[in-house]
Structures are given as structure tokens and as C-alpha cells.
Design a protein around this ligand. Structure first.
Ligand code: GMT
Length: 379
């Protein structure tokens, strides 16, 4: 198959999933064409079957806002024609699904199918914004195939938007060759020099991830059981995170690691991942952590119950129950046998249910169905 993939190429779960999917598809012999404004951040090495087409937005004094949607659409048309694409698989509805549907309409001489994968905030936050609502719903309905990264998100889409079409649930995945427990003694020694337990959090440090609660939870656990915290990522909440850490007297027990390309080693070297998000359509970081055998503590929201089952990779608490999360953290860190069981069961669950080979095959099968005919597209 010849597949065009569009995603946000910067750091973020949807871009990671799209890039890893493209790489895996190329390994299976498909021709994959990334159509994005920058090289997807996990795509730096040349790989047979993978091509990157950069979307450049023309600059013109009349434009107050760069017309990215139009530039992307035109690039999709050009690449579809020149590379004879069979389908465009877009990740994140805004504006990618709209561009792809528009490109398909322009490409009258050849039939290109559009598959849209919904990732979460494209529906729950932006899709419900009155400024985007109608167009997002239209773009989803007009796609030839639509997938969601969790059953919770598929349901949320039907509830929040006038979307009646079929939505296929295809969960996110990890490559078990990369995400497996391989702790680095050197990294552990650097992050927890006195041999303390190591707590970790990886995110884009936006409000929805509640990173200040990560610090509050960590401080409470540290009060009972000395430990260290590694914070991976950057984002708008970082100043509040630092202020909370200083106020709680734990600043010197935290490593601010910034953006890290290879999180598997860090996750693998940690003992516990705190993810007190208010919203999470899937929680790719949680999956990556459980695949590395590091238990995750999070709330029972969105798609997280599909990723973690109590005792298999961690525990889920009622939303915002930070005390409960702390209590579970202390329990796990002070009971090696429980920690070992939960971690091993999580790693096994990640391999069984969310391994790349299983999920990539599901995408391939879905593409084949979309290419064959209607997949619940509205007239
Ligand atoms: O939070 C975002 O809007 C970013 C987005 C992303 O690109 O990482 O995250 C969403 O997609 C991820 C990949 O499918 C999911 O793992 C995240 O749970 C989801 N974020 C939210 O639902 C808040």
C-alpha cells in the first residue's frame, strides 16, 4: 500500500504513534509518505520505504495568519498524485482531517481514501469549541474511515459531537523491543544517588496533566519514604511546578530533565510513575511505563482503564483522589513483592494487548476494509 501520514511532528503522543506506525508499516513493505511541517521527531534515520514531504506555508504580507490548512491540503494533493497514494491517514482531526477530505475532493482523477485517527483533545477540547465544532464533526463524518485510540474516546466523540458514523477502536501501541525493563545503574545512581526509590513523571506539563499534583503527591510519599523525582518534559505549568516544589521543600530532590527523546531508559530505571491527569484519552506515557515494568498510579478517567487494570501495571483511583494515590504509592514502594507482581503483570499486559505487531496488523486490516468499501461514512 502507498500511505500518506500526517500528524503533529513535535513532541506529543499523537505524533509518536503516527511516526512509529509509519516506521512499522514501512518495515512491512508499505510505502510511507509523511506529509508534515517538520520531520517527525522520532524519524531522523533514513529508513527504506519512508519519505518525508515538508509542508511549507507561503509567506505573503496580506496574510495575517499563515494559511497552514491550505498549504497542507495542496501538499496532500501533490504527494497523492505524484506518489500515487492509496490513502491518507491523518492523526488528530484539526486541521488534518479537514485538509485530507478537501484534498480527496480535489483529486477527482484518482481515488484516495481518508482515514482519521482521533487522539483526544481534538474532540474533547478543540472539537467542542464553537469555533471548530461544525467543521470537526463534518470532517470526521466525511472521512472514509475513523479510528479512536480508546473505546472511551469513541464514545466521547459520539456524545460530544454530531457524529453518528462507525468509529473503530484501535489502541495505541509500544515496540516491546524498545520498551522493556532494562534499568541503567548509571542513570539510577545519578537520579537517586543515595539508593532511594525513584518516582517519575513524563508529560507536556500542561494543566490537564496536573503536574503540580505530581509534586504534591511526591512530597507526601517522600515524607514517609525518602525518594527522588525525575520530571521529563517541558510545558506551561513548569513555573508552578517549580514554585510548588520550593514551597514543599522538595526542590533539591527533583531532577528536571526537560525534553528527552529516549524515555524507555528513564522509565525502566524508575520505580513508580505518577500520572494524576484530569483527562487522558489513552495515556501513551502510562503504556510506555507499564511496558518497562514501572507501575503507574493514575485516576479512573478516559481511556486509562483500558490501559491499566488494578494490579496489572498499577492502580487507578477515583478522579482527584491524591491521598489515595499517595497511599498506593507508599504501599507499592514499601512492599517489593507487590511492586514486582504489579510491574511484571503490567509488562506482560503491555506485550499481550498493546504490542506493535498486534496493533499495526489491526491498522493494516482496517486500511484494507476502507479501501474495499464503506466503513460507516455518512452520505
Ligand atoms: O493532550 C493532547 O492534546 C496531546 C495529545 C498528543 O498529541 O499527545 O494527547 C492525546 O493523544 C495521545 C496519543 O493518542 C494520548 O495518549 C493522550 O491521552 C491524549 N491526551 C489527552 O487526551 C489529554
Amino acid at each position: 500500500m502507498r500511505i500518506g501520514i500526517t500528524c503533529y511532528p513535535s513532541i506529543g503522543g499523537s505524533g509518536v504513534v503516527a511516526t512509529e506506525l509509519g516506521k512499522q508499516l514501512a518495515e512491512r513493505g508499505h510505502q510511507v509518505h509523511f506529509i508534515t511541517y517538520d520531520t517527525p521527531f522520532r524519524l531522523h534515520q533514513h529508513q527504506q520505504g519512508v519519505t518525508f514531504h515538508e509542508v511549507e506555508v507561503p509567506n505573503y504580507p496580506l496574510f495575517r495568519y499563515p494559511p497552514y490548512l491550505l498549504a497542507l491540503t495542496n501538499k496532500m494533493i501533490e504527494v497523492s498524485r505524484f506518489c500515487r497514494l492509496d490513502l491518507l491517514h491523518v492523526h488528530y482531526a484539526i486541521p488534518h482531517a479537514t485538509s485530507a477530505v478537501l484534498a480527496r475532493s480535489v483529486l477527482r482523477e484518482r481515488s484516495v481514501k481518508v482515514v482519521t485517527t482521533l487522539h483526544g483533545t481534538d474532540v474533547s477540547l478543540l472539537g467542542t469549541d464553537p469555533g471548530f465544532y461544525d467543521l470537526v464533526a463534518w470532517s470526521i463524518n466525511a472521512s472514509d474511515g475513523v479510528t479512536a485510540v480508546s473505546a472511551a474516546l469513541a464514545e466521547d466523540t459520539r456524545v460530544k459531537l454530531p457524529v453518528t458514523r462507525d468509529i473503530e477502536v484501535i489502541h495505541n501501541f509500544v515496540d516491546p523491543a524498545v520498551y522493556a525493563r532494562r534499568p541503567s545503574p548509571a542513570l539510577r545512581a545519578a537520579l537517586a544517588p543515595a539508593g532511594e526509590a525513584l518516582v517519575v513523571h513524563v508529560s507536556n506539563f500542561r494543566g490537564v496533566k496536573r503536574p503540580v499534583d505530581v509534586v504534591r503527591g511526591f512530597a507526601a510519599i517522600n515524607g514517609r519514604l525518602p525518594c527522588r523525582l525525575a520530571l521529563v518534559g517541558e510545558g506551561p505549568e513548569m513555573p508552578r511546578v517549580r514554585a510548588a516544589a520550593a514551597e514543599l521543600g522538595v526542590l533539591d530532590r527533583i531532577s528536571f530533565m526537560g525534553h528527552q527523546e529516549c524515555v524507555a531508559e528513564i522509565l525502566s530505571s524508575a520505580d513508580l510513575f505518577l500520572l494524576p491527569s484530569a483527562q487522558e484519552s489513552f495515556g501513551l506515557a502510562a503504556l510506555e511505563s507499564i511496558a518497562c515494568g514501572t507501575p503507574v498510579l493514575a485516576y479512573r478517567i478516559g481511556g486509562l482503564p483500558e490501559v491499566i487494570e488494578d494490579g496489572q501495571g498499577g492502580f487507578l483511583l477515583p478522579d482527584n483522589d491524591l491521598d489515595g494515590l499517595v497511599a498506593r504509592g507508599i504501599e507499592l514502594l514499601s512492599c517489593p513483592s507487590l511492586w514486582g507482581e504489579v510491574g511484571a503483570a503490567g509488562a506482560d499486559r503491555a506485550r499481550r494487548l498493546f504490542g506493535a505487531s498486534r496493533i499495526v496488523s489491526m491498522y493494516e486490516a482496517y486500511y484494507a476494509r476502507v479501501l474495499q468499501g464503506d466503513q460507516g461514512k455518512e452520505a
